[in-house]
Design a protein around this ligand. Sequence first.
Ligand code: PLP
Length: 396
Amino acid sequence: MFAEIELSKRISRIRVSETMRTAQSAARLKARGVDIVDLSAGEPDFPTPENIKRAAIRAIEENFTRYTAAGGTDELKEAVCQQHAKEFGTSYTTPECVICCGGKHAIFNTVQVLVDKGDEVIIPVPYWVTYADVVRYAGGIPIFIPTDEDSGFSLTASMVERHITQKTRVVIINSPCNPSGAVVDPEEFSKIYRATSQRDIWLLTDECYAHLVYDGKPFSIASLPGARRTVIVAGSVSKTYAMTGWRVGYALAPAKVASAIAVLQSQSTSNPNSIAQKAAVEALVGAQESVMEMLAEYRKRRDFVVERLRAIPGVQCREPKGAFYAYPNIRCALGRPQCEDTTQFAQRLLDEGRVAVVPGEAFGTTDHIRISFAASMKELDRGLARIHDFIGKVSV
Ligand code: PLP
């Protein structure tokens, strides 16, 4: 019966997010009582900090439970602008800010209001699973730029320039990158900004992991003088404050773009959850110690995971500079019957090895898996022992 139902061409252009699909498969097995180590999740395992939870409880008690403006409250917009100014020296004002239902929503809406049929959007590889489908949904054409693993998946301005055409409308950059953990060198980022702004191409910078960097200070390309004209920041409280379920993100953009996003929201989602907006204000302006504590823990886990992966014969793993993912090269285990590619590898690792990871094909590369280290040391230890054994078994 399903086969007879014809959906719109638009929805047929996109697929379910591979990371969500993997997480659901793992959850289903777990619910059946199977002992799965889930290293697929793209979310902190920490609880939301207490001060943030209390702000939400207060919001309910004070009956802050009605619609807000579709583009979010002024209070939260001010908190976003203030925090961005404090952190990066920018000077955004509230008309240049719109609050969305998560960073993903901010990216989706930005692309919907800027990209028309046939427009090209440049996306470096490996990429976060969502970008290409969001572009396709808008009728745009994703143009992928391969990056080189040997240079740490680093992105340079000349790579971007080589892919710019008359049809290029947006360049999307995600630093630190999900899945590779690569951080774009600020000097190269500035060159990319100049290359795009000279041609009036939008630079959409996904800052969802901006605070999760292990060397040096967080960087925002929006801090460059004049950058606000062509740069759009997509941000989120999800990862930094362990608030993935609250669904609050934002875009910082020229006022015309921000207000177009608010119009789109007024006809689709309406406002992001009012209680979650109050909680996000506390996250941004309240005590920041918990962020530092979580970062210190991620750093420990990163070092542990990288060392354990490098101890597996044939596996290479670059050190992630930010975010909470390792992206090892497992080519040594591929190209065999029932283990031809990383999708088959990840499926067998789940079925036989009882570990959930995301295949690199979801991120546009052929030889990798993504391992999230937003999991406890105990789970990481168990998971890595199983991965070691499984790769030993399939590589012989
Ligand atoms: N950008 C990147 C690179 C991500 O990995 C994610 C979530 O996984 C997001 C944006 C969106 O996060 P959220 O919608 O929870 O704010």
